[in-house]
Design a protein around this ligand. Sequence first.
Ligand SMILES: C[S@@+](CC[C@H](N)C(=O)[O-])C[C@H]1O[C@@H](n2cnc3c(N)ncnc32)[C@H](O)[C@@H]1O
Length: 244
Amino acid sequence: MSRVFDEDYAYFYEHRMTGGRTEREVDLIWRLLGLRGGEAVLDVPCGGGRVANRLAQRGCRVVGVDAAAAFIERARADAAAWGLHVEYLVGDMRELAFEERFDCAVNWFTSFGYFDHDGDMRQLRGLHRSLRPGGLLLLDMMSRDALSRAMPPGAEEVVDVLEVGDDLMVDRWRLDVVEGRCVTHRVMVRDGRVRRSRLSFRLPTYPELRHWLMEAGFTPVDVYDEDGAPYSARSGRMIVVARR
Ligand SMILES: C[S@@+](CC[C@H](N)C(=O)[O-])C[C@H]1O[C@@H](n2cnc3c(N)ncnc32)[C@H](O)[C@@H]1O
């Protein structure tokens, strides 16, 4: 098994982000955070900078942090090509060293729940510390109820296939409801080369996540769906806005 977030991941996910999806996501981030331009925003993990660069383009002062050096390089290259100033740092999202520096923090695209409880709480506490008092955290993740609905009755697991030309990404995933995690076995075939990886991330219910956020010091904690409408059993994503 090899690393999950690498060049092959970026290659396949670029094909998931077509049709103006990132622009629409940034519109939603803008609206839910009430941004006007000029705010100091932390995007962590920022991946290849698709959100961070667009927030900077709209006038925010952005810092992006990610553990994958290759993604940070890509983010820096795009920022330079677009004539943007964004501070990009390679780092671990459990070890954030900022103190009351940001008006807002963004944790986007199911980028929470990768660790054990202690690691996840370190991530939330670091985000809390990074915000100025009154600052907002926006956290977006898949809704566990949506994933439950995607499991056909009686099925133990679901197979999703993404085809890009002759290349394939095959995800075999299941919900581990005892641990509250989604566990995926992934096979990527690219240029005839086969790579396997395993992903496991927590999928909390809203009351669980709110409890952890409040434990980390956030209050109030509000919740929306992928359109910024009230969160419901039909929502595809769970998007939380939490105030320091
Ligand atoms: C699902 S991607 C989302 C990236 C970005 N938020 C977006 O919307 O495109 C998750 C990211 O988490 C990063 N990551 C994984 N573990 C990390 C860690 N311990 N510290 C910082 N970044 C990490 C990966 O490199 C990857 O870029």
